[in-house]
Design a protein around this ligand. Structure first.
Ligand SMILES: [Zn+2]
Length: 456
């Protein structure tokens, strides 16, 4: 966007902003000009030595330093030497079950859902989507309450119901949670699948999850008749279908059937030409969730994790989860190094997802930074990784006011002490996180997090 356009936008927004303020005396205008930082826009653009004006929680102007007029009385913040990027969006987690000293349905409360969303926010994640494991009615209630401002600042909660054959679907651990809460809809026939999708559509939800996986012959696998019905019915209602599939043949089947979001990455063999051709044709969104179970930072005593994680949980990880790499790990890594860049090159639309919460002590927030750094290890550029953690998941989730630094967007951003375009691990050098223009009190959150589970 040219500078001229920026100024025109801002002038218009300026007058609309003042009107809004007068009509809402309970929420006085907060206007702040942030100057001097490198701005990573989120869509691939970068503004060196940039500035942006935040008014009433929204970005009202953005451009080069010195090009933006701030009204008298505006706060002025000098961010010289810092880098600002949009807050991230995680399109795939399992919220509510993790309790740090225990894991399960007994932990599933609104308070615990909020705790997980606060952890995502602490690490710079502005929206978090729980996939196929959140019970319908409590989740709808939580969404309503959060939107009404009943909770302290946290990552915005999104969720989708899941569908699987009876006794199929989530892995054995997650199933212990979802079965108690009846969070997964059991469907055996096309008619049942269509009825379930239709019911979910009636609740105004836009996404649904299916599992197509026999867990090495131990689970019933959703049949083509059923997943074709789910996908067809969902598309009739303008909904998107997220398909868990790990085996290459299953990935081909769900992409061919029209699944919108592919979940997981083939890690036991190299992608073949048939799957690559399907990806080129269909261009599904895709969450890698390759970092699941890798707790190397926690094992290594990385302060990025120690700052927010209860000592007892860290001790448990270090006692049980930090063994030497298995022989299979090297093979898996070689397959990922081959397959991840090939998926991207074929046009699969990568979005951030971590599977955090699916099992004990695979945690909210830091897993996001782990996942995007893994992509770069596997051959992506930092700019590609950042876009896949910001603008693209906003597009997938239909969140119009997040994902980039641009006029009219919510002022949800991360201030970094170093430039992640040079080293993706610099996303961890978080100076501050802002949600809707307000600085998150990360010190208070960290000390609350450290004490989690203490009284349980
Ligand atoms: Zn998952």
């Amino acid at each position: 966007m040219g500078r001229m356009n920026v100024l025109v936008c801002c002038a218009l927004l300026g007058s609309a902003g003042s009107l809004a303020v007068r009509s809402q005396p309970a929420r006085p205008a907060a206007v702040a000009l942030y100057s001097g930082a490198r701005l990573i826009v989120g869509d691939g653009g970068v503004i060196e030595d940039g500035a942006f004006l935040v008014r009433d929680g929204q970005i009202a102007a953005i451009g080069g330093k010195g090009t933006i007029d701030a009204p008298a009385g505006a706060a002025r913040l000098d961010l010289t030497g810092k880098t600002v990027m949009p807050a991230m969006i995680n399109a795939h987690v399992h919220i509510g079950y993790e309790g740090y000293t225990t894991w399960g349905a007994e932990n599933y409360t609104a308070q615990n859902v909020l705790d997980h969303l606060e952890r995502e926010a602490f690490y710079g994640v502005a929206a978090t989507q729980s996939v196929g494991s959140s019970p319908l009615e409590p989740s709808l209630q939580f969404e309503r309450d959060q939107r009404a401002g009943k909770f302290p600042p946290a990552s915005r909660f999104f969720f989708m119901p899941g569908m699987a054959p009876p006794n199929g679907g989530p892995d054995a651990i997650l199933m212990k949670g979802t079965s108690v809460l009846h969070a997964v809809y059991e469907v055996s026939t096309a008619a049942e699948a269509r009825a379930a999708v239709s019911m979910i559509a009636g609740r105004q939800l836009k996404h649904v999850k299916i599992w197509v996986d026999d867990r090495r012959g131990t689970y019933p696998k959703m049949t083509p008749e059923v997943y074709n019905a789910v996908i067809d019915e969902a598309h009739t209602h303008h909904m998107l279908v997220h398909a868990h599939a790990i085996a290459m043949e299953d990935q081909k089947a769900v992409v061919r059937a029209g699944a919108d979001v592919l979940v997981h990455t083939v890690a036991n063999e190299k992608l073949d030409e048939e799957l690559i051709a399907l990806l080129k044709e269909k261009k599904p969104y895709w969450t890698t969730v390759i970092g699941l179970g890798d707790r190397s930072e926690a094992c290594d005593g990385d302060p990025f994790i120690d700052q927010s994680y209860p000592a007892a949980a860290l001790a448990a990880i270090r006692q049980n989860g930090c063994g030497a790499a298995t022989a299979n790990a090297a093979n898996r890594e070689a397959m990922l190094a081959n397959n991840v860049p090939k998926m991207v090159a074929a046009g699969a639309r990568l979005v951030l997802g971590t599977d955090a919460g699916i099992t004990a002590r695979h945690a909210f927030g830091w897993a996001d930074h782990h996942e995007i750094a893994r992509w770069v290890d596997l051959g992506l550029t930092p700019a590609q990784a950042i876009a896949a953690a910001t603008a693209r998941p906003a597009e997938l989730l239909g969140i119009k006011d997040l994902g980039t630094l641009a006029v009219g967007k919510s002022a949800d951003f991360i201030v970094l002490d170093a430039n992640p375009l040079e080293n993706i691990r610099n996303t961890r050098k978080i100076a501050n996180v802002y949600l809707r223009g307000a600085r998150l009190n990360r010190d208070a959150l960290a000390s609350a997090f450290k004490n989690a589970g203490a009284g349980r």
